[in-house]
Design a protein. Structure first.
Length: 241
């Protein structure tokens, strides 16, 4: 991984929520595109993940409040690049593919791009997790009109408009709230296929039926929100188009 200097800001910041991912971190950080900055958000790891990430050149942000959304938002607020990507830190998704995800945002043809997960093996995506994802995609279509197939964790958007969405969920509903509020604001939302591999280690959410349906419950609460007034991407100050 190549770290950009403070005098030469990274064109893209990559937020990597991290909770005990010491085994996966070396592979993940080695796959960050050259010149992009990795922001590893340590969400209370006890396996030395933060030290490993720091030694490998990542910018490490501590977020002691547990929750996927808490980690994502801490990374977003720490980001300084115009474009921010999000990617799981468990080696299930290849950060080397992020330029394809971020490309439409960088060239101005999309406001939010989601990586549609395409499992390479059955083990990569358990049946209960796929079923839950399909149901959520159906509910999103009904709520927003967006014909998405996946609410995957690999995504890209511009930092200032993301902050302007005023995201409040700090648990499993954070990615969904991003999509819902972006749709309410009239963002151009697209998806692109990305390979999905078996993760390194055990999932904190979709590894069990209980964790999966807890996530679904969090997301149903997000879907129940009334549409709010959030700025369009080109209305946020400092946004480059």
């Amino acid at each position: 991984m190549i770290e950009t200097s403070s005098s030469s800001p990274a064109p893209v910041d990559v937020v990597l929520p991290c909770l005990d991912e010491s085994e996966a971190l070396p592979w993940v950080l080695d796959r960050i595109p050259a010149g992009w900055r990795a922001i590893v958000v340590d969400n209370g790891s006890t396996d030395g993940s933060a030290d490993i990430a720091r030694a490998l050149g990542a910018h490490v942000v501590p977020e002691p409040r547990r929750g996927f959304g808490a980690a994502c938002h801490a990374g977003l607020t720490a980001a300084t690049a115009d474009v921010v990507c999000f990617c799981d830190c468990d080696a299930s998704l290849d950060p080397a593919l992020l330029p394809a995800v971020a490309g439409p945002v960088l060239d101005g043809s999309a406001d939010l791009v989601l990586g549609r997960r395409r499992p390479l093996t059955r083990r990569a995506w358990p049946l209960h997790a796929r079923l839950a994802n399909m149901e959520l995609a159906r509910l999103v279509r009904r709520r927003t009109g967006l014909r998405l197939h996946d609410l995957g964790p690999m995504r890209a958007a511009r930092r200032a408009p993301l902050l302007a969405l005023d995201l409040t969920d700090r648990r499993s509903g954070y990615p969904l709230q991003t999509v819902v509020r972006a749709a309410d604001a009239g963002w151009r939302v697209t998806e692109t296929d990305v390979p999905y591999r078996p993760r390194t280690g055990r999932s904190k959410v979709t590894g069990t039926w209980r964790g999966t349906w807890q996530a679904v419950r969090d997301m149903r609460a997000v879907l129940a929100e009334r549409p709010g007034a959030h700025p369009a991407p080109d209305a946020a100050p400092g946004t480059l188009r």
